[in-house]
Design a protein around this ligand. Structure first.
Ligand code: C5P
Length: 249
């Protein structure tokens, strides 16, 4: 079990033993368009949630204002923009991200070892940690074979890319709950595993296909769980968050 490095911006959220509390292992996906919508969720969730994911939708809409909003509230931030470009460009953007005081960001592992090494090198003196996205969960085994001409099977490809990310010096991966144990075995205890596709039994599955209960994902070795709609679309987001936290506990 890994913990994130403590950040320099007063986000010292690790439990005394160095292990995050269950509520610190839930990352809520702020998949909304406006500052008002984000503030509604932040106000509702209050101190029940300390970690948020900002994706392309909200970052494109608000830019750094949403990072400042979260930092003003002493929240940790996963900036999920999935960089994929030449090594120099990705290294440069990782330096910018780390200067913003973001805790986690990510790159596509398909950008290759040189790109991931450049990203790891760019943040080595900083508190920001970089995760790799292996194969998007929206791809099917047929897609990757017939369209992308990837000849390894899907699971083998995910593991190969996770291993490449670890060898390149990245801090962890974003992967589906089904891949947790194989990635843990392949990449070791020190590798961060962050998983979306998590659904409590009482929540709608929405468009997620390969789901797992939060407690099961933690049991299998996930460090952090990304959860969106079961919390953000609930009539009472705070009650839903507390229910998820209790399940993890
Ligand atoms: O609402 P829901 O819990 O499905 O949200 C999951 C979040 O995790 C979304 O922001 C989604 O984009 C993200 N995600 C995912 N599957 C991946 C990678 C990221 O669902 N493989």
């Amino acid at each position: 079990m890994r913990t994130l490095k403590p950040t320099t911006n007063n986000h010292q959220l690790a439990a005394p033993a160095g292990r995050p509390l269950p509520k610190e292992r839930i990352i809520v996906a702020l998949d909304v368009d406006t500052l008002d919508q984000a503030r509604y969720l932040l106000d509702s969730l209050g101190d029940s949630i300390s970690f948020y994911k900002i994706g392309l939708q909200l970052y494109t809409s608000l830019g750094q204002a949403i990072i400042k909003e979260l930092q003003d509230r002493n929240k940790r931030i996963f900036l999920d923009l999935k960089f994929h470009d030449i090594p120099n460009t990705v290294a440069s953007v990782c330096r910018v991200v780390s200067s913003l005081g973001v805790d986690l960001c990510n790159v596509h592992a398909l950008g290759g070892a040189a790109m991931m090494c450049a990203a790891a090198d760019a943040v080595k003196e900083c508190d920001t940690q970089v995760l790799a996205v292996t194969i998007l969960t929206s791809h099917t085994p047929e897609d990757i074979k017939d369209e992308l001409h990837i000849t390894l099977g899907l699971e083998q490809e995910v593991l190969a890319l996770a291993g490449l990310a670890a060898d390149s010096g990245l801090h962890g991966v974003v992967c589906s709950p089904r891949e947790i144990e194989a990635v843990r075995t392949c990449c070791g205890e020190a590798f961060l595993i962050v998983t979306p596709g998590v659904r409590p039994a009482w929540a709608a599955t929405n468009d997620q296909k390969r789901i797992m209960a939060p407690s099961e994902a933690i049991r299998r070795g996930a460090d952090y769980l990304v959860i969106g709609r079961p919390i953000t679309a609930a009539a009472d987001p705070r009650a839903a968050a507390i229910r998820v936290i209790e399940e993890v506990e």
